[in-house]
Design a protein around this ligand. Structure first.
Ligand SMILES: *[C@@H]1O[C@H](CO)[C@@H](O)[C@H](O)[C@H]1NC(C)=O
Ligand SMILES: *[C@@H]1O[C@H](CO)[C@@H](O)[C@H](O)[C@H]1NC(C)=O
Length: 379
């Protein structure tokens, strides 16, 4: 050991000496090289720094920046494995967004659809398939990332494990995200990935009649409580005010204590809320209690709000099982991808006039009576 160390020491000393000789011999050349080396470094570094600073400011800006122009967000709750269902929506009713178009700053509607229509990305209308990604395998995650590369419509919530029990939390997190990111938002259309939604007609009516939702064209479909001079929000769907509380099964509410029935709420297969409600929920997300069912929770969260126009509409077929098919329906729940393709085909062939080849009524709808106590609301 000692020997070796000595060896090394001697070698080093020798190279030091040689270095000194070199230095003397090529003094001027070395000085020049060092000088130019530093100039070179200086120039490179300043460029690098500019690049970095630029990139940094860009990313921080991008994450702070709101998403402009989106006025209508279509929130579709979905699960990681439901790619087929998402594709069915993209290939059918998702395309109806193109029936809404902008002319001279005015939002207009025209049935403008043939099966060959390419999917145009609409600026005002954006689809968000909401999926929790916590606990997914790398492979599952990669599949979602690839899907999003082609579709750009996934809202991946990384702090949420996707499960039915977490559905309400998913809505809450999404509301928070919307309230922080989508600044020009007007309305959120919430539905499931087994809902068929006439997103074009819903937006047309919102543009024309919201928030009052009262007009000769639609009065035969809707009921609401006495009109106010000024509304602070809209909650539009198919309401129930006397639903019994589930104490077991999939819809079990373990922690429910508010009253014997649920508070009036719009059924979860599809409903519309105004951005004022989104903002309220987003701002209070940490404070709001999540019940098992997301639609029941929405009823509770909005129950305390003043000036909200709650509009019951028989064209929302949003119960646990479809009530049948009529051409004026705005939403049909519990539809398979092949149901969706069929309805889409019928609509295209009839230029938007007919939703189903043959109309049928399995169950009758009710008009919500807002002027009596909820237990007598729905007959
Ligand atoms: C109708 O759709 C086509 C694409 O299929 C598009 O080029 C055209 O601009 C649309 N018309 C209107 C009025 O939006
Ligand atoms: C709900 O999500 C949270 C956060 O991702 C997770 O810890 C929890 O296990 C989930 N609950 C269920 C029942 O999946």
């Amino acid at each position: 050991m000692i020997l070796c160390q000595t060896c090394k020491y001697i070698k080093d000393r020798r190279s030091d000496k040689m270095f000194l000789i070199y230095l003397r011999k090529y003094k001027i050349m070395i000085l020049f090289s060092v000088f130019f080396f530093y100039i070179g470094c200086g120039i490179t570094l300043s460029f690098l720094r500019m690049d970095c600073a630029d990139a940094l400011s860009k990313t921080s800006k991008a994450s702070l920046l709101s998403i402009p122009n989106v006025e209508y967000a279509v929130l579709i709750t979905s699960a990681p494995v439901n790619e087929k269902k998402r594709d069915a929506i993209r290939a059918t009713w998702g395309k109806f967004a193109t029936n809404i178009f902008l002319e001279n700053g005015e939002v207009l509607y025209k049935w403008n659809h043939s099966q060959a229509t390419y999917q145009t990305q609409h600026e005002q209308i954006k689809f968000y398939f909401c999926i929790g990604t916590e606990g997914l395998t790398d492979n599952e995650m990669q599949k979602l990332i690839d899907e999003n590369k082609r579709s750009t419509d996934l809202l991946l919530l990384e702090n949420l494990k996707d499960s039915y029990q977490n559905l309400t939390k998913k809505i809450l997190l999404t509301m928070k995200w919307f309230s922080q990111k989508v600044k020009g938002l007007k309305y959120v259309i919430k539905c499931d990935d087994d809902s068929f939604v006439r997103v074009d007609l819903i937006i047309r009516e919102l543009e024309a009649f919201a928030p009052e939702m009262s007009s000769v064209e639609i009065n035969k479909y809707v009921t609401h409580k006495r009109p106010l001079n000024k509304y602070q929000g809209l909650y539009w769907g198919y309401f129930n005010g006397k639903a019994r509380v589930y104490l077991k099964g999939k819809w079990e509410e373990k922690d429910w204590f508010l009253c014997d029935n649920y508070l009036p709420y719009a059924l979860g297969g599809g409903y519309v809320i105004s951005s004022s409600i989104v903002q309220y929920i987003g701002n209070n997300a940490e404070f709001l209690r999540c019940y098992n069912s997301e639609d029941v929770s929405m009823g509770v969260w909005t129950a305390a709000l003043d000036g909200i126009n709650r509009v019951h509409d028989v064209r929302f077929d949003t119960e646990w099982k479809s009530r049948g098919c009529t051409k004026d329906m705005l939403v049909r729940h519990k539809q398979t991808p092949s149901d969706m393709f069929l309805m889409y085909k019928t609509l295209v062939e009839t230029h938007g006039e007919q939703l189903c080849k043959t109309e049928n009524t399995v169950r009758r709808s009710y008009y919500y009576n807002w002027n009596v106590l909820p237990s007598s609301c729905c007959k």
